[in-house]
Write a protein that binds this ligand. Structure first.
Ligand SMILES: Nc1ncnc2c1ncn2[C@@H]1O[C@H](COP(=O)(O)OP(=O)(O)OP(=O)(O)O)[C@@H](O)[C@H]1O
Length: 309
């Protein structure tokens, strides 16, 4: 059953089209990841889905309008959530817990987001990442059936981020439906069952991470650095190119790498190092937001060159 449905949702702010005919649905227990560049419309869509902004089109949560849904069923973490600062982390959770009939215990929530050691610190004295973890905990205080979190892990260190991924995965495994926006492609790829990519207010792709990578991710690339004869590209059975002592081969199955190197060396090449890259969700993102993969790799190569100088 779809917990959340958006059908042809549009929103304008003056001349700005923030959302342009977005349609999607999210099933019970699914983790849906929404990604897209700054200004793509992600926060506007979160607001549309949670009934905090008026939109054209149709939005439904649990089969009814967002405004009619019992607030006990939803947990929302807005991007710009700004709780009272003169409360400790524990007091803050008690404060938000007071809005619900049967709140989760503050200490259990703080432990779940890795904040137990800072429970008695005033919110204003917490680091940015600690504040964000506390904010995530406030969205869980009513043990919601639908959790909508707008960039929940921004500013959180890698270990803390992974801890939150695990928490969200456990919640989803227990049936919580999760709608998450993020700028971290690794997060979307790791966490989301399906990913929607928003660009200029339009949903330009929507599928599982692996299907998106298969469709839009481009080739796997094998880079071999060394010294090669100029005609090496004609002797390798894979699509390849040679530039600045680097042979680049496309779509080589990993099991063929050893043989290719042996054959190249037998033909007089000297091989110094190998790098193999598989396309990932970041490549999909760059491809669909007009920054193609070749461009990214050349930017990375230029950066590496500058660093090594
Ligand atoms: N209240 C508002 N008034 C006017 N324009 C707005 C308002 N809210 C959003 N916009 C515009 O709508 C567009 C989408 O903004 P939105 O905040 O939804 O993007 P976003 O994808 O969440 O961006 P970010 O990744 O930077 O958080 C932007 O062009 C933004 O300037």
């Amino acid at each position: 059953m779809a917990v959340l449905v958006a059908d042809d949702v549009s929103r304008r702010y003056g001349d700005t089209v923030a959302l342009d005919g977005v349609s999607l649905d999210v099933s019970e227990g699914e983790i849906f990841g929404l990604v897209g560049p700054n200004g793509a419309g992600k926060t506007t869509l979160v607001r549309a889905l949670t009934g905090t902004t008026e939109v054209d089109g149709h939005v439904e949560l649990f089969g009814t309008s967002p405004q009619s849904v019992d607030g006990e069923r939803i947990g929302l973490l807005p991007q710009d959530f700004d709780p009272p600062e003169r409360l400790t982390a524990r007091e803050l959770l008690a404060y938000f817990g007071g809005l619900y009939d049967d709140p989760e215990p503050a200490d259990a929530l703080l432990e779940a987001v890795g904040m137990e050691a800072n429970a008695d610190t005033y919110y204003e004295n917490l680091s940015g990442g600690q504040q964000r973890r506390t904010c995530v905990a406030t969205a869980l205080v009513n043990d919601p059936e639908l959790l909508v979190v707008d960039e929940p892990t921004t500013g959180i260190d890698p270990a803390g981020r992974r801890q939150l991924w695990q928490l969200l995965e456990e919640l989803a495994a227990d049936g919580t439906t999760i709608f998450i926006t993020t700028h971290y492609m690794e997060e979307a790829e790791e966490l989301a069952d399906r990913v929607g990519l928003l660009a200029n207010g339009e949903l330009v792709a929507l599928d599982t991470p692996s299907a998106l990578i298969e469709t839009y991710g481009g080739d796997s690339l094998l880079y071999i650095d060394g010294e090669f004869e100029d005609d090496v590209t004609g002797r390798v059975e894979y699509e390849c190119s040679l530039a600045d002592g680097q042979l680049t081969l496309r779509n080589v199955p990993p099991e063929d790498i050893g043989r290719i190197v042996t054959e190249a060396e037998a033909a007089g090449a000297t091989v110094d190092s190998l790098t193999w890259t598989d396309p990932d969700l970041e490549d999909v993102y760059l491809e669909l937001t007009d920054q193609n993969v070749t461009e990214r790799r050349s930017v990375e190569a230029a950066a590496a060159e500058v660093t090594s100088q």
